[in-house]
Design a protein around this ligand. Structure first.
Ligand SMILES: [Zn+2]
Length: 437
């Protein structure tokens, strides 16, 4: 049994407080008078003397570090100025909470270090904070006994279905990003609507849209990950276009309209992202040749380098120079259909005669090769070897769900419709974008 000694207990109680006070003064770098800082009458005089003159012995600095390409964690930590053996110790601690072998360039952390004013001693780490992921922060800090200690703080992550809706001011792309969708998700939305709508004519400022997508969110509201697009709706041109995601038993998830028809028609309506039609199919005065002749396709105005998408699944039949077309690409699809792309600046990697392409795949980039006054895509659709008007051609429909799949799709659709009606899920409204000057 130990005897209770009130004086010893008091000393134990005070000692940490005094250390804290001293540490705080050193950390703040103020030439402090210790008498005012410590209320404790029983302060051990030795600790005070250790501080030396009023001038603080250390300079504390906060150093932001960003991991460089090809750099190891050890090298990055050493850039805080601490010696190699201490850096190794820090990295060993980090390794308990974080995969240090697969760090990426750009990973950023912050270190607080203490440098002795007289430079006779090593720089010492006070603390280091690193966001290991959106949900996890790791901290290495020096305890009062001088040892380095690892802390991990991890937030709970939960799945959340998010509704983002708004009004189109600039492009659909801008509006969706303003409403909280990621650029990748927005790109997907744009590509899906491109099957049904001609962005040139069908979308106008003031048109409304809603998106539903999955997100993973931390307790504090940080978005860890944006997942799949579940639903998209666009009210434009007096009609509502909507589609729902559905996971098919055999094959990947796809998007279907309210009747269970695949949103992807046989051919894309707009085989280039964010382009406008600048010239229609039919007779016109040729801008370079000067005389009137039939324009055998439609032109989409877009900057050089804008990706051109394969209008449908198929095989590349031609890829090379072809007179006034400049760099030309022709894709052969099923059922006697072909699509052609002219004035290309360059082909996408792996595109040559005989390569298989998927609908929506980037196959080439817009340019102005051949007889072109400026960069644009000249787009042609062929049926059984004859050119047809891409805007009015009767291209086949995509797949239609049936039987059990259709029943499962309808159940999924009912759930999403109910969610939209009750306004459940987390709502995001687009911040009104300022009209373009
Ligand atoms: Zn043309």
């Amino acid at each position: 049994m130990q005897e209770f000694d009130p004086r010893a207990a008091a000393a134990r109680r005070f000692a940490p407080k005094i250390t804290v006070a001293i540490a705080a003064i050193v950390a703040l770098g103020v030439g402090a008078k210790l008498t005012s800082a410590s209320p404790a009458p029983k302060a051990p005089p030795l600790a005070v003397q250790n501080l030396g003159p009023a001038q603080p012995a250390f300079i504390q600095q906060t150093i932001p570090v960003e991991v460089q390409r090809g750099e190891t964690m050890q090298e990055a930590v050493e850039r805080t100025g601490i010696p190699a053996d201490e850096a190794r110790h820090v990295v060993d601690l980090m390794a308990q909470a974080f995969d240090i072998a697969h760090i990426r360039a750009g990973l950023a952390f912050q270190a607080a270090v203490q440098a002795p004013r007289d430079r006779r001693d090593d720089v010492k780490l006070v603390s280091l904070t690193l966001p290991a992921s959106a949900a996890k922060t790791i901290t290495i800090s020096r305890t009062f006994d001088g040892a380095l200690q690892l802390h991990q703080q991890e937030e709970q992550v939960r799945e959340q279905e998010t509704v983002a809706s708004g009004e189109i001011r600039g492009s659909l792309y801008e509006a969706a990003v303003n409403a909280g969708a990621t650029p990748q998700l927005t790109h997907q939305v744009v590509q899906l609507f491109a099957h049904k709508l001609d962005f040139t004519r069908d979308i106008q400022p003031g048109d409304k849209f809603s998106l539903v997508f999955d997100r993973k969110v931390t307790e504090s509201g940080k978005v860890v990950e944006t997942g799949d697009l579940i639903y998209a709706e666009l009210d434009a041109d007096g009609k509502t276009t909507r589609f729902y995601r559905f996971d098919r038993k055999d094959g990947p998830a796809d998007y279907f309209d309210e009747t269970g028809k695949n949103i992807k028609g046989f051919l894309l309506k707009t085989p280039v992202d964010g382009a406008r039609i600048t010239s229609l199919f039919g007779m016109r005065k040729h801008p370079i040749l000067g005389y009137t002749r039939a324009h055998q396709g439609i032109d989409f105005g877009a900057g050089t380098g804008t990706p051109i998408l394969a209008a449908g699944d198929g095989v590349v039949a031609e890829a090379g120079r072809k007179g006034g077309y400049g760099n030309w690409l022709r894709i052969r699809h099923n059922g006697g259909w072909d699509t052609g792309y002219g004035h290309i600046s360059r082909y996408a990697k792996g595109i040559h005669r005989g390569s298989r392409v998927k609908q929506g795949q980037v196959v080439a980039y817009v340019g102005a090769t051949g007889l072109a006054t400026g960069p644009h895509l000249h787009y042609e659709v062929w049926k059984n070897g004859a050119r047809v008007n891409p805007l009015s051609a009767k291209v086949p429909q995509g797949t239609v769900l049936g039987g059990r799949e259709l029943a499962a799709f309808k159940a999924q659709k009912a759930r999403i419709d109910a969610m939209l009606e009750n306004g459940s899920g987390t709502q995001f409204a687009a911040a009104p974008a300022s009209p373009k000057a």
